[in-house]
Design a protein around this ligand. Sequence first.
Ligand SMILES: [Zn+2]
Length: 489
Amino acid sequence: MGCCRCEHWWVKWAEPQPVVFADPSDGQEYCVFHAPEGEKRKALGSEERYTVEEFNDLVFARIDAVIERVQAGETDARCDLSRTVFPGAVDFERYGKDNPLPAIEFLGATFSGAALFGGATFSGAAWFSGATFSGAARFGGATFSGDAWFRGATFSGAAWFSEATFRGAAVFRWATFSGAAVFRWATFSGNAVFDSATFSGVAGFNRATFSGVASFERTTFSYKADFRWAGTEKDGRVVLRDMHAASLEQLVFTRAELEAPLFRFVNCDWPRRLGLEVYGKGDAAGLLECEHLYRAMRKRADDEHDRRMVSVWHDREKLMALLRLRGFGPVRAVRQLWRGARERKDGPQSETWEANKPLLALAALLPLVPLRALFSLSFWYWATCGFGERMGRAGLVLALLAVLPFLAFGPAGAALLPKFQAAANATAAPGSPGGFFAATNATAAMQFIPFTKDIGGEGWLKVAQGLWHVLVIVQATLFALAVRNRFRR
Ligand SMILES: [Zn+2]
């Protein structure tokens, strides 16, 4: 019997290694490469173990032997390190462009410490499928001359691929990134596959260049996925297919990337807002950028005859304009209040906060709405009918307008009303001091306005009633507009 990994019936090594460790629990035998972490013994039965450095030297010797074969003219030589268990950090920096790694297999390998491939050059294909990176995986500035296979790889720490060059395909299908995944400034010359991959931390694709098709099908983004300033060369594009709204909401891109066009969206379930807004600073410049993006998204939806999304993006675009009007201060203040509350989540105030959250938010918001916004037409357009898109809100406001007069004529109103009323059939007294504000004059003035002379009441009450009529008519129109928008799709 030899090493159970070297001589595995399915993935076996061409040259099985001598056994150094037998697992007492199941009798399985392992060579030094495949022995679990902490069992890197120097010989079977020996208590002497290789240090991390000594073990790494064994790995380097194995790689160097293949490099020699390549230099001797062997074209399909590849180094097999499949299912190797690295007990600690390992640094492959020495394999730069002057001494590149041969075609190499790390299939199912376990990197217990950091895996340092920064600046390394892979002269052939690199197989990391099924590998587990327990520490940081550093591939910054690495060059993959052949295909790079990371299918189903697990990155428990941060994965750095910034400034990496993928000359062949880059396959990250089913890969799991628990920490940050940084592909900033990376160059994808071939196709890139991120289908069904899971990004739990930030996914940074800023300034990456795609020359082939980068596929993101059913990819899960749980946090910010930044594609700003990413670009394409030749026919390169990023295809997002069958994406869920929760993941798409994390996608940060601007109008520039949308119109490049960098993306192709296929069968995507759109959220109501986009990552640029979610992760934006909320300042005037950021809001303007969001407004531009939503306008471009609306145009895109319009071209695709997607009535529903046209209205969603239209809604969002107008809201951004409104928020911009409100200015920087209040938005940031509320945001900070909210963030502070979330940080205090585990603190003693948390229960009080949880119970009063909506109330506190409202209390914080009210004094912060500047007068400028209150007088803006878009604020009222938003407040009364959600830019003509919220049927429920428009109906509610209409109902309120109808109900309020009932309250005005209740006991509270009864005490106030006589102050605004004039004696019935009193005649106007123009020119008298303070005549403009006289209730009698108001009654007379109403005679000149169409439809209002038939309104009951006298004096300023009559004027108020007339205005109220107008309000109800306008709101009824807005309601009708919202109903029409609701059922047009
Ligand atoms: Zn083995």
